[in-house]
Design a binder for this molecule. Structure first.
Ligand code: RTP
Ligand code: MG
Length: 149
């Protein structure tokens, strides 16, 4: 297994509903290491660039206006297979189909407001971390790492 970094963002619905702490806690308890975090209002240009792959999709306009409607909580998480592990904890894109025990499965109801975003590949993670954090993550040693590998 390889140590990876991934980009995860609590979307405006998750921040408004007071779920940031619960969500961060789930990733921490899983063993992923928080190496970047910030609460921020998303500029239109950043939202459009982040979701550029969906530019031609019918939901693109609504998605960008949703992401820019209220602050998000952006994070960089690090750990073994962090990209796929974070996606597993998040659950399927549509909360109506996400398994109980996952973040979307436990807290979401509709695809338009599905609480959280996570990079879908190591390539996406690299692109998104650069875009949101300008590659500025915080490296530090954590004693618990000895018990996780
Ligand atoms: P995300 O990028 O937000 O982590 O979600 P994802 O990979 O699981 O899903 P993706 O296919 O990348 O879709 C991005 C976001 O667009 C919204 N969406 N709405 N109305 C619709 O049919 C529809 N489909 C997708 C969702 O908010 C989804 O998370
Ligand atoms: Mg996606």
């Amino acid at each position: 297994m390889a140590v990876e970094k991934t980009f995860v963002m609590v979307k405006p619905d998750g921040v408004q509903r007071g779920l940031v702490g619960e969500i961060v806690s789930r990733f921490e308890k899983k063993g992923l290491k928080l190496v970047g975090a910030k609460l921020m209002q998303v500029p239109q240009s950043l939202a459009e660039e982040h979701y550029a792959e969906h530019k031609e999709r019918p939901f693109f306009k609504d998605l960008v206006s949703f992401i820019t409607s209220s602050p998000v909580f952006a994070m960089v998480l690090e750990g073994d297979s962090a990209v796929s592990v974070a996606r597993t904890l998040m659950g399927k894109t549509n909360p109506a189909e996400s398994a109980p025990g996952t973040i979307r499965g436990d807290f979401g109801l509709t695809i338009g407001m599905n609480i959280i975003h996570g990079s879908d590949s190591t390539e996406s993670a690299a692109r998104e971390i650069k875009l949101w954090f300008n590659d500025e993550s915080v490296a530090y040693d954590r004693a618990v790492d000895v018990w996780l590998a």
